[in-house]
Ligand binder design. Structure first.
Ligand SMILES: [Zn+2]
Length: 417
């Protein structure tokens, strides 16, 4: 960014501003530094400096540089190092991006860095965090990784079971459960109760605004810490520090208040989810075809959507297992002949297995009130032993046959006979 001494350099500035905005847009969309460099070089965009092409460190510099917000930070040589001195001057340059755009890009880059630095296989994020509950105790289900080996891999397990607090210790292989669930969710018709994708872009805007606010709040907190550190320096006037702290403090309060109200707005919007059936179906279908960072981003989106359309998910990892065990325990407590108790036990177990009562099953209720229940074959996660759909009006289809489980009473028409 240089002074506009003549018309030519002004035009150059406009061009550069466009490039800077493009870099910010790409960053916000989650494009990495390396890909941005490739894109700019491919499009033949000239770098700002004297170098032959764009490079990663230059992109980094631009995205972190507050000068794009119009700020000017005076520097001076202190102890042989170039250090910032005094306060940034706001509005020194014409701003190229807005504060929201600036912080949204920081947030996106941070999310990416977390992903890249995270452990391998993080793209297999649990889609059902905050959704899946244990059908037996109502507690949350967690994903546990049992490492490699024939019985290894990831499992969904009741958190009480994991902690040894009495609930089932039987897990459901995560990948199997996910496949079963997505297969079923793809078929669900949410159309009647869900409205329009129209709200979708508004939701996205709110999400971006929220991450920008969080980023801004973090940055303000850092500033506040820096000023607090400075107060130990006798060369800096205490009045100066005090006024700075007050300014940063009130800005922080403002930012946090806005964050709160935005969150409340998001909660209110989420209680009436705006997701068309087709939209969910597409998300699920695309999901299998992506890899790497894209797959990860997609899973994050899918998980967020599921949180807004699934109101209840109860998982029985061993079907009626716990209830049968309870029955058997009662049987043993009675003063009956041990041989007789044993034969009854064996009979019950045998019948239960034959009737697939110990198979894993799950019940999902979607926003709008449609519930689906599926019992999955023990050998094939894509095969249902039984499945049922229950509509909010009480009609149901069980294994393809229609039933009416209950009648929703319709209000009598007023004044009718
Ligand atoms: Zn449990």
């Amino acid at each position: 960014l240089t002074l506009r001494d003549d018309r030519k350099s002004f035009e150059l500035l406009q061009e550069r501003a466009d490039v800077v905005r493009r870099i910010f847009r790409l960053s916000t969309d989650g494009v990495g530094t390396y890909s941005i460099v490739k894109t700019l070089n491919r499009d033949g965009i000239l770098p700002f400096g004297r170098s032959n092409g764009w490079n990663e460190s230059y992109i980094e510099k631009i995205v972190k540089n507050r000068a794009v917000l119009g700020e000017y930070q005076p520097h001076a040589m202190i102890d042989g190092k170039r250090r910032p001195v005094g306060d940034p001057v706001q509005g020194y340059y014409p701003p190229v991006v807005t504060e929201d755009e600036f912080y949204a890009a920081q947030a996106a880059r941070r999310a990416r860095a977390t992903y890249k630095g995270g452990r391998k296989g993080v793209e297999l994020k649990n889609l059902f965090t905050h959704i899946a509950t244990c059908a037996y105790c109502g507690g949350p289900m967690r994903m546990v990784d049992k490492g490699s080996g024939p019985k290894g891999g990831r499992y969904l397990k009741c958190s009480a079971g994991i902690k040894g607090m009495g609930c089932t210790t039987k897990g459901w292989r995560y990948d199997d459960f996910e496949r079963s669930f997505l297969y079923l969710a793809r078929e669900v018709d949410l159309g009647a109760v869900m409205n329009a994708e129209a709200d979708d872009s508004a939701a996205r805007q709110r999400e971006e605004r929220l991450s920008a606010l969080i980023e801004k709040s973090t940055s303000l907190q850092l500033q506040r810490e820096r000023f607090a550190e400075l107060s130990a320096d006798p060369a800096v006037g205490i009045e100066f520090i005090r006024s700075k702290l007050a300014a940063v403090g009130s800005e922080l309060v403002k930012t946090n208040l806005e964050t709160e109200s935005l969150r409340a707005e998001m909660d209110a919007a989420e209680s009436k989810p705006a997701l068309a059936t087709e939209d969910l179906r597409q998300l699920i279908e695309q999901h299998g075809r992506l890899a790497g960072v894209e797959a990860y981003d997609h899973r994050v989106r899918l998980a967020a959507r599921l949180r807004s359309v699934v109101t209840k998910m109860a998982i029985s990892t061993e079907g009626d297992g716990p209830r049968l065990r309870q029955t058997l325990a009662m049987l043993e407590q009675e003063d009956s002949d041990p041989a007789f108790a044993d034969s009854v036990r064996r009979h019950i177990e045998d019948v239960s297995a034959k009737m697939q009562r110990l198979n894993p099953a799950f019940l999902v209720t979607f926003a709008g009130g449609v519930s689906r229940q599926a019992t999955v074959s023990a050998d094939d996660p894509m095969e249902y032993v039984s499945e049922a759909v229950l509509q909010p009006d009480g009609s149901a289809r069980v294994n393809g046959e229609s039933y009416v489980l209950f009648n929703v009473r319709k209000p009598k028409p007023p004044g009718g006979q």
